[in-house]
Structure formats: structure tokens, C-alpha cells
Design a protein. Structure first.
Length: 417
């Protein structure tokens, strides 16, 4: 799908495919990294590829502007990650996740405190109080929130998503979120789980702010890519709610939601990319909501797929998005976060408005005839159909996604078990 798009947009640089592979390599390294330096280098490998992909359309000033914004704010967030890591290394003397977990576990249970920690008063006070460690973790956490476009660190994503080539937005709006959350889980759950009471409430506040911004910010949007950016922000807020529960069920729902978001996002962006309007400006990519006017008259199957996936990520039954959102709300209620569950449910209802507005434009907008689109290749059609039926299958039999997320949490967080 990306190759077809870059051929139409004349972004036929062989480096583009290499950059995608390098970004995927960085994503794999993020998931498998076991210390802060490896994690930082992996994030930089991924981010540098994204910066160039955002600015790949050289003749477009919008694309260059998106690449510069992404680069400046990405470099700033990386500096925060390095600063927090250096403080953590100065306090503990190690950057390895396993060593940090063992060190803090021994200190929290008071291992050999009379002999070892008595002779190191400074180290004892720093560790038992935890203020400097919390200071370092705040910088690391904020830097990763920049990468996830979490409110209030989301402002860069709206312009970058809108102004970048759609093939680049298609990639870095969906794929890297899973790797960043894997790193968050390994740092805050597997390594520093004993300090959950100190950072949990801050995450809850940020999650609520993110859901509110994502739900209300997209109501007045007329650009489809900006609307999808606000949708992404709200979905990251729901994942943060699951992340802040501190329970095994909450973490399982976190990865269930991420898998659903990736499958639904791939399906939506695939349809977005392959729909090419027939007019004299063949380079124009459909970006306005009005370009989907009466899509059901031009391609009824694509309109049906698009509508169903939108309803799924909005949380409408009978789709798997409804089951996963219910799981997140139940996990938050079991963790005692009743107010958070109520606010997130209400915001979820509000956010369904802009999904239903897209469906209204495709089916019920007054028009004599639908817009004409270029035919879709059969191999791309097969891929879109497979993604659509995968969502239907996961609603009929959600055991698969629950089992996969259960195994992942068992591997990532031994402490919780």
C-alpha cells in the first residue's frame, strides 16, 4: 500500500523502504532492550527514521515543516530521557533493568540494613526517601509521553500527522506505540513496581487529560488526518488508564487495547491511502471529510468496512472494541478508580460523535452521485478484507487476543505475578 502511494506522489526514493526497515529494527530493539542506554539508542534509531520519513516529500513545504517540528521536539524529548537516565545512574551506579530491580527490592525489604546501609548514610537516605529516583523517573516518563503524543505533550502530533506524507503518517501513527508501551511496562512495572504508589496518581491525571483533549478536540475537525490524530490521542488515554491500575488484569487489557488499536488503525489508514480521487489533480490525497461524500454510492464494500472499523474503535457492540473497552473500565473499577471510569465512559460517548459524523458523510450526505475513485488492486483488497474479518473473528472468539496479551504480561512483569 505504501509503495502504491509513493509512486502516485512521486516519492520514489529507494531510501524510503530502507528507512521503514530501520524504524522496524529500532522498534524490535526497544522491545528487547535491557538497559537504558540500549533503549535510548533504539528510540533514536526509530525516531531518526521517522524524522526523515516525515520530510521525505522534498517539493512540499508542509512535509519539510513537519519533519523539522518532529525533529526539534523529538530531540528535546530524547534529551529528557538522557537526563533522567544520567540521574538514575548517578544514584544507583547501574542502568540495567534487572540490576535496578534487584537493588530496589533489597533496599525495600531492608536487606542487611544494619551493616551495609548504616555505613552509607547518603545512599540510604536517597533510596529510602526515593525523591531523587522519582525526579529521574519523571524525566524518563515525560520523554516517552512525547513519543506517544499524550496530552499535554501532544501538540506536535497534530501538525506532523497532517503535513507529513500519508504513507509516513500511516506508519508512525500506528506501529511504534506498542514498543514504547513495552518499554514503559519494563521500567515502571518490572523495575520500579515497588514505587507504584508514588507515580500512579500522576499517570491517572495525565490519562484523564488525554482522554478529554482527544474526545473534545476532534469534534470540530474537518481534516480526516487531524481527526485521526485526535482519535489516536484519546486511545492512548485509555491505554494509560489500564497502565495506571497496577493490576495484572489492567496490564492485560492494556495490550489487548494496543493490539486492537493497531489492527483497526491499519485497516483505517489502508482504506485512507488506497482511496484516490479521479480528477485532474491526480496527486491530491483525500484529506477532507467532504472527500468521503457518498462513498457508499461509489464503493459500498469499502464504505461498509470503513464504517464497521470506526464503530469498533469507538467501542460499539457487537465489535471487539466494545469488549476491550469494557475490560479497561472493569479493571479501573476493580482498582478503585470509580471516578476515572465514569469520566472515561462519558468521554467515550462524546468521542463517538466524530466517528458517526464520518459514517453520516459516507452514507447520508445529500449528493446526486458519489465521487469517483481509482480502482483498488486485488492484493490490497485482500489485505483490507483480512484485517476486517480479523476484527469480526476477535469479537466471536476473543480468547486469542486475551491469551497473547496474557503471555506477554507474564514475560514482561514477573513482579506483578
Amino acid at each position: 500500500m505504501i509503495q502504491g502511494y509513493i509512486a502516485i506522489q512521486k516519492i520514489n526514493y529507494f531510501e524510503y523502504s530502507i528507512l521503514i526497515l530501520l524504524a522496524l529494527l529500532g522498534i524490535f530493539f526497544i522491545c528487547s532492550s535491557n538497559d537504558l542506554i540500549t533503549a535510548y539508542l533504539s528510540i533514536e534509531l526509530q525516531s531518526l527514521s521517522f524524522y526523515i520519513m516525515a520530510a521525505m516529500k522534498k517539493e512540499s513545504s508542509f512535509s519539510i515543516d513537519a519533519g523539522l517540528k518532529y525533529f526539534i521536539l523529538g530531540a528535546f524529548s530524547s534529551s529528557l530521557f538522557l537526563f533522567g537516565s544520567s540521574i538514575l545512574y548517578g544514584v544507583s551506579g547501574t542502568i540495567n533493568f534487572e540490576d535496578l530491580k534487584n537493588l530496589f527490592f533489597l533496599i525495600n525489604i531492608g536487606y542487611d540494613s544494619t551493616q551495609r546501609l548504616e555505613s552509607h548514610t547518603f545512599v540510604k537516605n536517597i533510596f529510602l526517601d526515593g525523591s531523587l529516583v522519582q525526579f529521574a523517573l519523571v524525566f524518563i516518563f515525560v520523554s516517552l509521553l512525547f513519543k506517544l503524543a499524550i496530552a499535554p505533550f501532544h501538540l506536535w502530533s497534530l501538525d506532523v500527522y497532517e503535513e507529513s506524507p500519508s504513507s509516513s503518517t500511516f506508519f508512525f501513527a500506528v506501529v511504534p506505540k506498542l514498543a514504547i508501551f513495552v518499554l514503559l511496562v519494563r521500567i515502571f512495572y518490572s523495575t520500579f513496581f515497588e514505587q507504584i504508589t508514588k507515580w500512579r496518581y500522576y499517570i491517572i491525571v495525565i490519562a484523564m487529560l488525554t482522554i478529554i483533549v482527544g474526545s473534545f478536540g476532534g469534534l470540530e475537525q474537518k481534516k480526516l488526518k487531524t481527526l485521526l490524530a485526535y482519535s489516536s490521542i484519546s486511545h492512548m488515554g485509555y491505554t494509560l488508564i489500564a497502565f495506571s491500575t497496577g493490576s495484572f488484569e489492567g496490564m492485560q487489557m492494556l495490550f489487548c487495547y494496543l493490539f486492537l488499536y493497531m489492527i483497526g488503525g491499519l485497516c483505517i489508514w489502508s482504506i485512507f491511502i488506497v482511496l484516490q480521487l479521479k480528477h485532474k489533480y491526480t496527486k491530491k490525497q483525500n484529506k477532507d471529510l467532504a472527500d468521503l461524500n457518498s462513498l457508499s454510492k461509489s464503493n459500498n464494500i469499502i464504505a461498509l468496512f470503513f464504517s464497521t472499523v470506526l464503530l469498533s474503535i469507538a467501542g460499539f457492540p457487537p465489535m471487539v472494541g466494545f469488549l476491550v473497552k469494557i475490560g479497561i473500565f472493569l479493571a479501573s473499577i476493580e482498582a478503585g478508580m470509580y471516578f476515572v471510569a465514569i469520566i472515561s465512559i462519558l468521554c467515550s460517548v462524546v468521542s463517538t460523535f466524530y466517528y458517526i459524523r464520518i459514517i453520516k458523510i459516507m452514507y447520508f450526505e445529500s449528493s446526486t452521485a458519489g465521487k469517483l475513485y481509482h480502482p483498488i488492486k486485488y492484493d490490497i483488497s485482500i489485505l483490507i478484507v483480512c484485517l476486517f474479518y480479523l476484527l469480526l473473528f476477535l469479537f466471536i472468539n476473543p480468547t486469542l487476543i486475551y491469551l497473547i496479551s496474557h503471555k506477554i504480561i507474564l514475560l514482561l512483569t514477573v513482579t506483578i505475578v
